[in-house]
Design a binder for this molecule. Structure first.
Ligand code: ZN
Length: 475
């Protein structure tokens, strides 16, 4: 096994351009399906690097794909570039100070996510061209990870049908192979329709849609005691029926986010929540409609690819953070509680180390963290093709996801080092798959065996379409 890789030099050679891309996307935070400028930046970079571009992937205006190379296996590297509402924050300072009050911000580091993935794909493309090796590498620019589940729609459109393996990553506090553990979920909007009337003069003629929403929430709150313990249900009010208390609210809308360990459990839970909604409608003599906005599958692991990626991490060592990086990470940590920091270690299954504000190790492949998990739309890709994900250290240990502290660290030197580091890991893993037919065969066989046991059924109803208007609803 080599300890240096030509493809790592190719990553280094183009690193400044991609750090600049990440910083530009950081500075134009765009929400779910409204990432026009960020997607255009990624398309321009693909063009500049000589990729063949497919725009409007799966009929989603901000989804795109670039391909380079000829013949051979097809390696997909997945990127994202969507931001979050309310997380506007100035870069490089350790106190909450928004760039724009209430504005969007890259509080999940997707500016880094997209740039590192595109850098990895570019380095692999350059290596294929330099060596004349058959093989194709694709960069998938995937919008709306934060709630839009775009990858599920992209999978459903067949964009991964001829792909051999998929590789991705997510910014994190630690470096290592991502434990393939995430919850299946679905977002459903429940709209209630009642009858307006004067709340004092003719209350008996009104039927309140807001009452129905409140009763539904109460019903689901009681149901929580009787569901599998790793399931999660959350809700947000999208429409409370207006601002006038003296008008019986004729319409109201609530968005439910339902999560479960896997699709069969999710399906059962959805049916129960729907019954509660119908019960609320029955009690209030209103009508209820539901619309699935998005849905994702749980992640399917692939041990062969995880091992290959881990070996790349080991050969590379942890990201080369220096004293200045650690000093700023300590300033960020001073804004966190000791529990935040301890919990971060526990999540990856490592003993807590107060002396390490930034990751200085590789999380072992067999480390088992605490099972407090979220969801990702990479889940659906992992059912379509063998998939592996890295986590790449880019921020202070203990930084909560979706926080101003995370936005503040999106353009630091540490973030840039983490970006290049994980790009090398992904490019190295891609080359392993291109050069080693037995690795590909093992990855495929494992994937096939898992699908034979549990066939993949998209969690998206057939008539569900990407909620392209989603960010307008939250704005
Ligand atoms: Zn994220």
């Amino acid at each position: 096994m080599q300890n240096t890789e030509r493809v790592w030099d190719l990553v280094e050679a183009k690193r400044p351009e991609f750090e600049a891309l990440s910083d530009r996307v950081w500075a134009m935070p765009e929400l779910c399906y409204a990432e026009q400028r960020s997607a255009a930046e990624h398309a321009a970079m693909l063009q500049q690097q000589g990729f063949r571009i497919t725009r409007n992937l799966a009929d989603i205006p901000t989804a795109l794909m670039g391909e380079a190379g000829e013949g051979g296996p097809v390696i997909a590297i997945l990127g994202e570039y969507d931001a979050l509402p309310g997380l506007s924050q100035q870069a490089g300072i350790a106190e909450p100070r928004p760039v724009e009050t209430g504005g969007n911000g890259h509080g999940c580091g997707h500016n880094l996510l997209g740039s590192a993935s595109l850098l990895a794909a570019t380095a692999v493309a350059d290596w294929l061209a330099e060596t004349g090796t058959p093989g194709r590498v694709r960069y998938y620019g995937c919008p709306a990870e934060e709630g839009g589940a775009a990858k599920g729609f992209i999978v459903r459109a067949g964009a991964f049908d001829d792909v051999d393996i998929a590789i991705s990553w997510h910014p994190a506090a630690f470096s290592g192979v991502n434990e393939p553990l995430s919850l299946a979920n679905t977002r459903i909007d429940f709209s209630f329709f009642g009858r307006a009337s004067h709340a004092a003069a003719a209350p008996h003629l009104g039927r309140s849609a807001l009452d129905a929403v409140e009763l539904m929430n109460v019903g689901v709150n009681y149901m929580r005691e009787h569901m599998p313990q790793d399931a999660r249900i959350h809700y947000a009010l999208l429409d409370a029926g207006g601002i006038a208390p003296n008008v019986v609210q004729a319409t109201a809308k609530v968005r439910y986010l339902i999560r479960a360990r896997n699709l069969p459990e999710l399906t059962k839970l959805i049916a129960r929540v729907e019954k509660v909604a119908e019960g609320a409608a029955l009690m209030t003599e209103t009508r209820v409609d539901s619309r699935v906005i998005a849905a994702v599958s749980n992640l399917l692991g692939n041990a062969a690819l995880e091992r290959a990626m881990f070996e790349n991490f080991q050969r590379l060592g942890p990201p080369p953070f220096d004293a200045a990086d650690r000093a700023f990470a300590r300033e960020i940590q001073a804004t966190l509680s000791p529990e935040d920091i301890e919990a971060a270690f526990r999540r990856v299954g490592l003993p807590a180390r107060p002396d390490a504000p930034l990751c200085d190790t590789i999380v072992p492949l067999d480390a088992r963290g605490e099972k407090m998990v979220g969801s990702t739309d990479v889940g659906d890709v992992s059912w379509a093709v063998p998939t592996v994900q890295a986590r790449g250290a880019t921020y202070a240990i203990g930084t909560p996801g979706h926080s101003w502290q995370l936005t503040a660290q999106g353009k630091t030197d540490a973030a840039h080092k983490g970006l290049a580091h994980v790009a090398k890991v992904m490019a190295g893993t891609a080359l392993d798959a291109i050069r080693d037919e037995t690795l590909l065969a093992r990855a495929r066989a494992e994937h096939r065996a898992k699908l034979q046991q549990t066939p993949y059924v998209s969690p998206l109803p057939q008539d569900a379409k990407p909620a392209l208007d989603m960010s307008r609803q939250v704005a």
